[in-house]
Design a protein around this ligand. Sequence first.
Ligand SMILES: Nc1ncnc2c1ncn2[C@@H]1O[C@H](COP(=O)(O)OP(=O)(O)OP(=O)(O)O)[C@@H](O)[C@H]1O
Ligand SMILES: [Mg+2]
Length: 341
Amino acid sequence: MASNDIGIDLGTTKVMIYREDEGIVVNEPSVVAYDAESGTPIAFGQKAFEMVGKTHKNIVAEYPLKDGVISNYTLTKEMVKYFINKSYDSKVVKPKVSICVPSAVTGIEENAVVDAAISSGARQVLIIEEPIAAAIGAGLDIMKANGNMIVDIGGGTTDIAVISLGGIVCSKSIKLAGNAIDKEIVKLLKNKYNFLVGQKTAQQLKHAVADCMPTEENNRYFEVKGINLLRGLPGKLNVSTFDLQPVITPVLEEYVAAVKNVLEITPPELSGDIYENGILLTGAGAKIANLDRYFEQYLKCKVVVAENCEQCVAIGTGKAFALEGRLESGFRDVTPGLSKK
Ligand SMILES: Nc1ncnc2c1ncn2[C@@H]1O[C@H](COP(=O)(O)OP(=O)(O)OP(=O)(O)O)[C@@H](O)[C@H]1O
Ligand SMILES: [Mg+2]
């Protein structure tokens, strides 16, 4: 990887950009704020995120990627251009750009991202699949004849893959991850406690108290502010770890079912490796407390949350350049004009 080359994790929740010489150079929410009438972008990233839920009718602040797909092409392109231009020195040679897009994006959506990278000055664009990037970023040697299972839990999607000899052997992606929990928390507080909060507040609450294996000892409380629907007035509500359990458990059950689906179709020799190596969790969604222990209880094998789990994909997008031409799958050159594999 030359020093000007960049790896981009274009996530549903966050955009992270990695450069070999400087490490993570962008780590911001994937949000764009724009003028409602003209559609002209006003702010990107953190600045736009601060506006979410607080705008007047002339400004819209939204996530252009939702549930693992690109829901607004134009805004996604503008956002990608903004962050790429922020990340490299245009006076030096044009960069190679490696991008991890959410696994459910279609070819047309992917083309929009590639166009944005080219118009920002990229001389070559490569698309990398999320589990491959996550494995490389977590420091696994994926070129060996040794099976590793990666479970990347993001905001919009959970990607599960078994990787061996530089390729994906079997995989599954579900459109269920951290953001689904936030939506369910909003519904729970409204229906059970007659209390209305925004999704941002629901996320803060989840980060503060959610736990996959709650006990009396680790039960925590967090005060949320919103609208008391019975009074129709602003108010606050104290919510505990146990209060959230009705929405956390169903999501965890779906995670486990999806991982089991992949384990069931994994060739036996690789299953043996996974049993030895354990399952590696990446993505910021893996930060929910005690997820590793929950998985271990139901999957009966070792489960480890990667160090810096939220950065693995971004680091892997950058480090993957070193494996260019050697990976069997999951890393494609999509530079316009080149024949696509
Ligand atoms: N401490 C925490 N506890 C629980 N969840 C967390 C924590 N920190 C972050 N998350 C959740 O992680 C999710 C975002 O993960 P990540 O940044 O990996 O997503 P992404 O890469 O943008 O999304 P995707 O890969 O689905 O496109 C959010 O739902 C966020 O609430
Ligand atoms: Mg991700």
